[in-house]
Design a protein around this ligand. Structure first.
Ligand code: PMT
Length: 221
């Protein structure tokens, strides 16, 4: 039955934002609340999966049956994912990982002065691309948070990062995406697409996982 679509599968989900340290009291981050990723974790458990939730700092309670890894930075998130990915069947990257971190995290509080302050940044590792590039990658699902050319950028990410499926999220809308209780996605895979109409994140999560399970079974049949 569809109630146990993911029985026996290990699913890793990243959720929430990352925080990149500027100095001991400051960080750079984004508006991700973790709601979408946590909803996917809940839904995967309902579908019978073993769930590993790798979460940035959020104000949500993780489902008690999930194994929870709390992290702050993108580097920590990458380490936690790599430690768990060996026997993983499905990886879903829902976290809003900071693409950049400050070139150096200063070990004392930066004092203000009257001159302009310039910070420089270096690229963070791409967790999703690292997972997809493993010799034996799990079924790899990414999100694409875009404010323009949503479909095109999402399809580019699907191909460039060698993903099995991508969920395009139009984050220019304030009624869906970051921090809201509802979302709407368009799923793309190599030879198909499926829109998921606006609904609460619990419903979106379930529909996403149903599509993922179907593609996963197709790939392994
Ligand atoms: O947390 P909520 O408030 O519920 O909001 C949900 C959400 C809008 C954050 C979520 O639906 C979403 O779109 N998550 C992806 C956010 C994002 O960072 O998208 P991106 O297009 O910048 O990244 C593309 C993909 O690469 C994502 O799967 C991301 O997890 C992954 N990535 C990005 C950069 C990086 N260094 N490592 C990554 O793994």
């Amino acid at each position: 039955t569809s109630s146990q679509l993911l029985a026996g599968k290990k699913v890793i989900i990243t959720a929430g934002p990352t925080r990149e340290h500027i100095d001991p009291v400051r960080y750079m981050s984004n508006h991700s609340s973790g709601k979408m990723g946590y909803a996917i974790a809940e839904a995967a458990l309902k579908l019978g999966a073993e769930v590993c939730l790798v979460s940035g700092p959020v104000n949500l309670n993780a489902p008690t049956q999930a194994s929870l890894h709390k992290v702050n930075t993108a580097e920590e998130m990458l380490s936690a994912v790599m430690a768990e990915v060996q026997d993983c069947d499905i990886f879903i990257g829902c976290a809003a990982v900071a693409d950049y971190k400050p070139t150096q995290a200063v070990d004392h509080k930066i004092k203000k002065s009257n001159i302009e302050l310039t910070l420089t940044f270096v690229r963070n590792p791409d967790i999703l691309a690292s997972v997809a590039a493993l010799p034996k990658p799990p079924f790899t699902v990414g999100f694409a948070a875009e404010t323009q050319n949503v479909a095109q950028y999402a399809k580019d990410k699907l191909a460039r990062k060698k993903l099995d499926l991508i969920a395009a999220n139009d984050v220019s809308r304030s009624d869906i995406g970051f921090n809201s209780d509802e979302n709407a996605l368009t799923l793309y895979w190599a030879d198909g697409e499926q829109p998921l109409a606006k609904a609460n994140k619990q419903q979106i999560a379930l529909q996403l996982l149903e599509a993922v399970a179907q593609r996963f079974n197709q790939k392994h049949s």
